[in-house]
Design a protein around this ligand. Structure first.
Ligand code: MIG
Length: 750
């Protein structure tokens, strides 16, 4: 429905209310850079789940009515509001950044109805019709050079232009390719990079959403949602990095993790007994492959009942965990939301007694099947339910559990999807599955985070499969059930970089691939490509070939060890990037375009990434390849393995036999490193080794106890290292509140 012309407006505080001939609209000025646009189709008092609390800051916007339009002038942007709530944003020089497309939707190419029917009769899909008309719909013009980045865990490549996606948290058992429109996560945020300018849009609406970036028609993109308000934030910035800063200002930033969580993790669905876990843990140590955890998948539970422990297969509660903790293993266990329907099982009884579970439309308890069979689904949108769930983690922490891995929280179900009318709540408000689906995991993760924080006093490790925008405040993510395919190794780079640009810093893939059959070459290349993924875990499905490196051959084990050790060496650098993320929201793994926006060669670079600004990784991701075409951006770079000096803005071929992953360090780098250990905590980290490259540079290094919240009271150190052109290094303490290193050494790469 079109709103027609503006008839009146009111400007109060930071809110502009517009009356239209056929409805209303609102504009909220959040900061000089962030403006929220809303057509309150469903409610006039929408409370965001992603954005917590009032984020508005004092800012200046002047509003003027001219003929049929409103002209708004701000400090950073000017905004024109026109009929039908069409919006145009220009920069202060008058260049149009974003403008609504006001024409009709038309398909780029059409075929005859007859051909279409023939195709469909044979089971083909024809590109010849519009994906859908949506209740909430917003079209914006696309310029010839526009590129689209972000949107969370979507498949395919970095640049989303000409692709179509949906937001509906989905557990997809098929291979994740660019033909799959939705995966586990819904993050309705993206950056549009223009030839001369950039902007971000965050469509904060939790209903099933749709994004067509010019596939239907190259002159506009379409955003749609099944219900709710049109509710989007325009985020201004001079660079992509500034947009990410603005977006994470709104939705929050990945908090400081515990240091050990950044180490290596081994996992498999199918470690069916204490013996399996023990064997893997001790074999890790025997092979001298550093490792923090051998994670407990659903097999550890008694009949898949959450917060229980199967003593038949896994021995006495806590015994195995205690034994392995003596050699440095930190217990991490899986938890699913589905709660087994079984009288006498404490979680089910407590949930029923207190009315904590979702209801069917007729008011009866809603039941669907998941691993434990018939199960009920906690109504996590309610605070009392989250408190109960949080407290229930005591069953785990009493055994020594240090990290929780939330799975199946799309929510996934075995007997068809949950119907749209299943009754859930958001706070005290009654609503249904259609609105809650995409935030179900978000609420569950909030509960897990607060429970683990309260019970352990440490920074919680919560790993989640599903999420919504803003979940980065509570959980790390992994990309779900990938497969042992070269295509999935290749996708790791754009997928993690896209999630990174969408606010998620702590993330990773199942190394080696979850489904399917891994082989030694694929595993070697995967550990290399993943060596800087912040969440660093090898995981595989039950029934697949075992994926611990020694299950292949000696060479694989040696290559694997080399890269896990490399990871442990760079731990303090990765940790520093998390510290930086608190301020900037920038991810750890970054696409080159994020720092080299003027360099066209980076716009569609899908097989390289940066780690912070100083390290560039160009892994081999093709079967059989022993050479890699590397692109280095502007500047001087040094080959990490040979010390060779290389000039940027050029492509070249690097020899990369199976044991070599091309890595480059930028000129003037000062990179903090540690000596590799078998696990974090094996020895005190009392020696810092600064890996430097020639050239002047400056670097700030952060150090704290790596575990709890004492840093909030000043218990941390900030070292400022400066290096002059002739290589002289000086240290200045910017903050001193924690035991300092015994020694700081310099090791120059040349
Ligand atoms: O239906 O817990 O993505 O990591 O190993 C499968 C068993 C359920 C899916 C997760 C995967 C995990 C598996 N889970």
């Amino acid at each position: 429905m079109k709103l027609g012309k503006i008839t009146d407006y009111k400007y109060e505080g930071n809110k502009l209310t517009l009356d239209y001939e056929k409805g209303k609209a609102n504009i909220y000025f959040i900061t000089d850079e962030i403006v929220r646009f809303e057509i309150p189709y469903a409610t006039d008092s929408y409370e965001s789940i992603a954005v917590e609390g009032d984020k508005s800051l004092p800012c200046e916007f002047k509003v003027e009515k001219t003929a049929d339009e409103l002209s708004i002038s701000g400090k950073k942007v000017n905004i024109k509001v026109m009929k039908d709530f069409a919006i145009e944003v220009t920069d202060k020089k008058g260049k149009v950044l974003m403008t609504d497309y006001t024409g009709d939707r038309t398909i780029r190419e059409t075929i005859s109805v007859k051909s279409m029917q023939q195709l469909e009769a044979e089971g083909h899909e024809a590109f010849g019709s519009i994906h859908g008309e949506y209740k909430v719909q917003n079209l914006k013009a696309i310029d010839k050079d526009d590129l689209f980045y972000g949107l969370g865990d979507k498949t395919g490549y970095l640049n989303k232009r000409e692709y179509y996606f949906e937001n509906w948290n989905s557990d997809i058992p098929l291979a994740h390719t660019e033909a799959v429109p939705a995966l586990y996560k819904s993050i309705p945020f993206f950056i549009c990079k223009k030839k001369d300018g950039v902007y971000g849009l965050f469509y904060d609406n939790t209903y099933h959403g749709y994004f067509d970036f010019g596939q239907e028609n190259s002159s506009y993109f379409v955003y749609g949602a099944d219900d709710g308000n049109l509710n989007y934030y325009y985020i201004h910035g001079e660079s992509m990095a500034e947009i990410i800063k603005g977006y994470t200002y709104l939705t929050g930033r990945t908090p400081m993790p515990q240091l050990w969580t950044l180490g290596y993790h081994q996992c498999r669905w199918g470690y069916e007994s204490a013996k399996d876990i023990r064997d893997v843990a001790y074999t890790m140590r025997e092979n001298r492959i550093p490792c923090e955890s051998v994670q407990y998948d659903i097999d550890y539970m008694d009949n898949f009942k959450v917060f229980t422990w199967d003593e038949n297969f896994y021995e006495k509660k806590g015994k195995l965990m205690e034994e392995l903790s003596k050699v440095g293993f930190k217990p991490v266990v899986i938890i699913d939301p589905g709660t087994k329907k079984e009288d006498g099982y404490f979680m089910y009884d407590e949930g029923v007694e207190n009315d904590y579970f979702a209801k069917a439309a007729d008011g009866s308890l809603y039941i669907n099947k998941v691993w434990p069979g018939d199960s009920a689904f906690p109504d996590f949108g309610r605070e009392d339910v989250r408190k109960w769930w949080a407290k229930s983690h005591k069953n785990l922490t009493d055994m020594g559990v240090m990290g929780v891995w939330n799975d199946m929280n799309e929510p996934a179900s075995f007997e068809g999807p949950l119907p749209g009318d299943v009754v859930f709540h958001i706070g005290d408000r009654t609503t249904d599955h259609r609105e809650v689906h995409n935030v179900y995991a978000h609420f569950m993760d909030m509960a897990t985070f607060s429970g683990m924080k309260e019970l352990t006093g440490k920074r919680p490790l919560v790993i989640t499969r599903a999420c919504y925008a803003g979940t980065q405040k509570y959980a790390a993510v992994w990309t779900g059930d990938n497969q042992s395919l070269w295509a999935h190794l290749q996708m790791l780079i754009p997928q993690l970089c896209s999630l990174g640009m969408s606010g998620f810093a702590l993330l990773g893939t199942d190394i080696g691939g979850f489904g399917g059959t891994c082989n030694s070459e694929l595993l070697c290349r995967w550990i290399q490509a993943a060596v800087f993924s912040p969440f660093f875990r090898n995981h595989a499905a039950k029934g697949t070939r075992n994926q611990e490196p020694w299950k292949f051959n000696k060479e694989t084990t040696n290559i694997y060890r080399k890269y896990v050790e490399l990871r442990y060496k760079f731990l303090p650098y990765i940790y520093d990037l998390f510290h930086e993320c608190q301020e900037t929201g920038l991810p750890i793994m970054r696409p080159l375009v994020l720092h080299y926006e003027d360099d066209e060669n980076t716009y569609n670079l899908n097989d390289e990434f940066l780690v912070g600004e100083n390290i560039l990784v160009s892994p081999v991701v093709m079967q059989g390849a022993t050479k890699k075409m590397v692109y280095l951006p502007k500047g001087t770079w040094y080959d990490y393995w040979t010390g060779e000096k290389l000039q940027g803005e050029t492509y070249f071929i690097k020899d990369a036999p199976l044991g070599v992953c091309p890595i480059y360090i930028k000129e003037g780098s000062i990179i903090p490193t540690y000596e590799s250990v078998q696990y974090v905590g094996e020895k005190p980290y009392d020696k810092l080794i600064l890996l430097t490259t020639p050239g002047a540079g400056r670097y700030v290094h952060y150090q704290d106890n790596g575990e709890d919240y004492k840093y909030e009271n000043g218990e941390y150190n900030l070292y400022e290292f400066t290096k002059s052109e002739n290589g002289e290094l000086s240290t200045n303490m910017l903050h001193e509140g924690y035991a300092k290193y015994n020694s700081i050494e310099v090791s120059e790469l040349k």
